[in-house]
Design a protein around this ligand. Structure first.
Ligand SMILES: Cc1cc2nc3c(=O)[nH]c(=O)nc-3n(C[C@H](O)[C@H](O)[C@H](O)COP(=O)(O)OP(=O)(O)OC[C@H]3O[C@@H](n4cnc5c(N)ncnc54)[C@H](O)[C@@H]3O)c2cc1C
Length: 59
């Protein structure tokens, strides 16, 4: 059963998911990320691909 659903697989949603998994607050099967895009970080990739920026400059 899912214990948490994160709406939006952008940087914020993925960062939260990684944090919860690393802190062992949830297991993989208890967490779901939903997004209208097929892949995570889609907005980020689209914007940064336009300017050939592969990494966050200010993580
Ligand atoms: C060129 C560029 C360079 C940048 N450089 C940096 C940097 O160096 N350091 C830094 O900290 N920030 C940087 N930023 C800013 C950073 O990209 C944003 O702050 C960050 O992407 C915001 O993350 P987010 O998850 O809130 O939004 P997004 O990345 O936009 O993700 C939101 C996600 O939610 C989904 N979504 C929205 N509504 C719904 C819904 N109703 N149902 C399902 N899914 C939904 C969207 O499809 C999307 O995938 C940069 C931005 C740009 C454009």
């Amino acid at each position: 059963m899912k214990k948490m659903i994160i709406v939006g697989g952008g940087i914020q949603g993925c960062t939260l998911a990684i944090h919860l998994l690393k802190m062992k607050k949830l297991d993989n099967h208890e967490l779901l990320i939903i997004d209208k895009n097929n892949k995570p970080l889609n907005n980020w990739r689209e914007c940064t691909d336009l300017i050939s920026m592969p990494f966050l400059r200010s993580p």
